[in-house]
Design a protein around this ligand. Structure first.
Ligand code: ADP
Ligand code: MG
Length: 386
């Protein structure tokens, strides 16, 4: 019981509610190693749970209220379980309320037992590491157990998504929650976004002397020309023109046909998704056959595809990737939705400081905001701590 955030969570609970928690549950943030903009095309993603976690200390109440407090904000919120609905006034509490609503709903029986909840976390917020899934999965796991709701990890991932879609009001997929729940030490989660089958694949980063650097550019996602919606629409129209239910059903063999019938922009969008899906599969195969030092080129090919075909990179992300590669990273790419956010760089441990200092210097020279750079490793998924 030495983890400082775990201790702070318990202390925070005691201070807020003047009693002991009945238990503490935790769930990690995640980083996506490869497989970008493939999720809503029913393709493949390959994220891993990181060694940054959100903790939820919980104790039952005498009534049917869900009360939430967090080190993250002075604002506390409470609501009767049956009253949970989408409401701007929920603020950050929309995440725990949403998962409470969803776990209750998916349990198939009315849940009337209320709880006091206190949340603390060392997952950076808004760095593309899914602090939202971490909070949903920590609280979801706790309520599932305390309500005896009987949901397995697959259903809990669904609950996180349902809460985020219906109560937070964010139209997100299921990758983040799946990574947070199915993560394992030194493994990434190969997720088929059509069947929702999730499989842990060994990474072997530590044995190979590698770490994954996160380079958070601090550039807020600039939604130029409604970027995300436009990309989704292009994928849908491209699939339709090619007679496929989704881009998942197409392979590189279809690209010649795509070149003949699609307009140049749609062709580029479609080509990114098709090639990205095969890069994810190739990454999994390469890890098994040759180990993690062999996946560097696939990571960079993913970056080039997002930069040139999907056109969602920005100068800061390109600079982070190119500088990291020049100074010893074996693979690097932008990660996340695009137009801002973070890049990742798979880096030999002895090159970590050179890569870090070089990226900082390059950003300063170019007059960019100071990026935040730190290493993450693949950690266990959501679990009960106490
Ligand atoms: P991310 O990429 O980090 O998931 P999101 O915008 O999806 O970014 O989710 C971030 C939001 O989740 C925060 O604005 C806040 O409302 C909520 N959140 C995350 N961590 C915490 C926490 N420890 N305590 C309270 N709210 C949190
Ligand atoms: Mg999120």
């Amino acid at each position: 019981m030495t983890n400082p955030t775990l201790l702070a969570t318990i202390a925070g609970f005691k201070q807020e509610y003047d009693r002991e928690p009945a238990g503490v549950w935790s769930a990690p943030g995640r980083v996506n190693l490869i497989g970008e903009h493939t999720d809503y095309n029913e393709g493949f993603v390959f994220p891993f749970a990181i060694n940054r976690r959100t903790y939820a200390a919980v104790a039952p109440r005498q009534d049917n209220m869900i009360c939430v407090a967090s080190s993250f904000s002075k604002e506390t919120f409470q609501i009767a379980i049956s009253d949970i609905h989408q409401d701007e006034k929920n603020g950050w509490a929309a995440y725990p309320f949403g998962v409470a609503y969803a776990v209750a709903k998916l349990s198939g029986k009315p849940q009337t037992q209320g709880f006091d909840i206190f949340i603390d976390s060392d997952v950076p917020v808004g760095a593309g590491l899914s602090s939202s899934a971490a909070i949903e999965c920590a609280v979801g796991l706790a309520l599932n157990e305390l309500w005896n709701a009987g949901l397995d990890k697959k259903a809990l991932a669904k609950a996180g998504q349902l809460g985020e879609n219906e109560i937070v009001g964010a139209p997100t997929g299921i990758m983040d929650q799946t990574a947070s729940l199915f993560g394992e030490l030194d493994h990434a989660v190969f997720l088929d976004c059509r069947s929702l089958e999730a499989k842990a694949i060994e990474l072997g980063f530590a044995d190979a002397g590698l770490e994954l650097l996160i380079i958070d550019t601090k550039v807020a996602h600039r939604l130029v020309d409604g970027g995300y919606a436009a990309r989704r629409a292009a994928c849908e129209s491209g699939a339709e023109a090619l007679g496929a239910a989704s881009l998942r059903d197409l392979s590189q063999a279809d690209l010649t046909r795509a070149e003949e019938i699609l307009d140049p922009v749609t062709l580029r969008r479609v080509r990114h998704v098709i090639t990205e899906n095969s890069r994810v599969e190739e990454t999994v195969a390469t890890l098994k056959a040759k180990g993690p030092r062999a996946i560097g080129e696939l990571l960079y090919a993913s970056h080039e595809s997002m930069r040139d075909d999907f056109e969602i990179s920005i100068d800061e992300l390109d600079t982070a990737v190119e500088t990291a590669l020049r100074h010893g990273a074996i693979g690097a790419r932008m990660t996340g939705g695009g137009f801002g956010g973070a890049a990742i760089a798979l880096t030999p441990i002895e090159k970590i400081s050179e890569v870090t200092l070089s990226v900082l210097a390059e950003f300063e020279a170019l007059g960019y905001a100071k990026p935040e750079i730190f290493a993450v490793s693949a950690a266990p998924g959501a679990k009960r701590e106490l």
